[in-house]
Ligand binder design. Structure first.
Ligand code: GLC
Length: 494
């Protein structure tokens, strides 16, 4: 089985979010299971060519965009485990600091052209390489063109290839919406500017394009796959997803257990495993409290947060609940984040107003800080309004830090809520997207910490022993690829 991943980001080369974790780990896991999975991404200027040992493969390949030929080069590198990644070099589009936007956080105005070009160049590269895929697997709006191009062009080279499109985030602002002016350059047919293909509210919608044209659609958890069929989570596309319900499935992401383990010393004061988690977490808690200016006390629970300060992550309810908890409960908070300015400013004020109770480090996400928070903390906050999968709750569990989550998407699927009767669970869940519901659940966690330490012990062991690796998920993807390959290709008709 040959699978071509076409994606706009891959960790560690270039990353803006969880998408890059998946496009790194899933192909690796597939390769371990006998699939020939290769990855193609753009060569942004932030990719460190030296560090990753990128080698030139082709100098002058070419794709036809509307009214224009674009020439590009292809680089490649192999990871020690054998996964091959190809990079499309075209500096007009990718020789920039950001992936999708500049330092001012404004999207680049030519994003549609950039990624249309990238999708065509990626398919051309497969042809140049003679890599004839059984499955072409694209991800999110940036590669939404891929299934469309495959269907429209009917290139004999891809005759037997099926397209799989994964939705990592369907939210508004993540659908790739552009003016119809892009159609000529991007080679979109005017006959397809209809709601059944890519037209939405008079604009071109790339997420919709992929949903309507891919052979199979997946998303990153079973619960989110059901949620996006409803108006609340479907963000205007629910009708089109309902029409594809037979081809839509949800596969819960795994986590990279080599990187996300408390058992290695790169970032931690004391590495630990489930057998010595008490000592390990105590040493890391002590360090955390010192580093973050918290009151040093081994017997107070710490809640962590490293999510973006954004609406999707439940920012508003989190801010309200945390301030109330700082006033009323004996607990501490450590927050490493960036995002909405009002929230950044409020957090700065709180570190003055509640000294010893909250530690704040704003700015770009640092991996080592995330590890330290997960090792030294007791609980991890994730009250997302919607969460296709979410990874931090699973990373936290691996560190024996119990997630406090809203019951939605992948959070619903990866956390077993505390059962007070039996003293088991891998976290704390609540349903209502309100400040009160979160505040009460934080209170539930705090009281469990003080009053039922034997239940905490059970839950920590259960969380740390849980298998969240990519092994399971990669088998599910292989099953899905098999199904896609053996089914007839989808025929477009409108
Ligand atoms: C997006 C989603 C997140 C998911 C990630 C990887 O970032 O918001 O929930 O875990 O993609 O699939």
């Amino acid at each position: 089985m040959r699978v071509l991943f076409i994606t706009s980001e891959v960790d560690p080369y270039a990353k803006s979010g969880g998408l890059a974790d998946v496009t790194q780990a899933l192909p690796r896991a597939l390769n371990r299971n006998g699939v020939d999975a290769r990855v193609i991404m753009p060569l942004y200027s932030c990719v460190d060519r030296q560090r990753f040992n990128l080698k030139l493969l082709y100098q002058a390949s070419c794709v036809q965009m509307g009214g224009k030929e674009e020439w590009f080069s292809v680089y490649h590198t192999s990871e020690p485990n054998g996964t091959v990644t190809y990079f499309i070099e075209y500096n007009n589009y990718f020789g920039r600091a950001g992936l999708y936007n500049g330092v001012d956080f404004r999207d680049y105005p030519d994003n549609a052209q950039r990624f249309a070009f990238f999708c065509r160049a990626a398919l051309q590269t497969a042809k140049d390489l003679g890599f004839r895929p059984d499955v072409v697997h694209a991800h999110d709006w940036m590669t939404g063109f891929v299934p469309y191009y495959l269907k429209k062009e009917r290139d004999p080279f891809f005759e037997n290839a099926r397209s799989v499109f994964t939705i990592h985030n369907l939210g508004f602002g993540h659908q790739g919406v552009f003016s119809p002016d892009i159609m000529a350059y991007c080679r979109l047919d005017h006959a397809d500017f209809v709601p059944e293909c890519f037209e939405a509210l008079g604009q071109v919608n790339l997420m919709k394009m992929a949903i309507n044209t891919a052979d199979k659609i997946t998303t990153v958890s079973p619960t989110y796959a059901r949620e996006i069929l409803t108006p609340e989570y479907g963000c205007g596309l629910e009708k089109y997803l309902q029409a594809r319900a037979d081809d839509l499935s949800g596969i819960l992401n795994g986590i990279d257990i080599q990187n996300w383990t408390p058992n290695e010393g790169r970032h931690l004061t004391m590495p630990y495993g489930v057998e010595n988690y008490r000592d390990g977490k105590a040493a890391n808690k002590n360090q955390l409290q010192r580093d973050w200016g918290l009151n040093v006390n081994p017997n107070v629970p710490i809640f962590g947060w490293v999510n973006r300060l954004s609406t999707q992550k439940g920012l508003d309810i989190m801010m309200g609940a945390v301030e109330k908890a700082m006033g009323n409960m004996d607990c501490q908070f450590v927050m490493h984040s960036s995002g909405e300015k009002w929230a950044e400013n409020t957090l700065k004020e709180w570190s003055v107003k509640y000294p010893g109770k909250i530690g704040v480090k704003l700015g770009f996400y640092k991996n080592e800080i995330a590890h330290q928070i997960k090792a030294g903390g007791d609980f991890y906050l994730m009250p997302s309004l919607y969460e296709p999968c979410g990874l931090n709750q699973m990373y936290s569990q691996a560190f024996g830090t119990l997630p406090v989550v809203r019951e939605t998407g992948g959070l619903a699927d990866s956390v077993d809520s505390y059962n007070e009767h039996y003293g088991v669970g891998t976290g704390f869940k609540f349903k209502d997207p309100t400040q009160d519901a979160l505040y009460n659940t934080v209170g539930w966690a705090v009281s469990t910490y003080y009053d039922r330490p034997h239940h905490m012990d059970n839950m920590i062991r259960q969380s740390m022993s849980k298998d969240s690796s990519w092994g399971n998920a990669s088998h599910k993807y292989i099953g899905l690829y098999d199904k896609a390959v053996s089914a007839a290709a989808r025929v477009l008709a409108w």
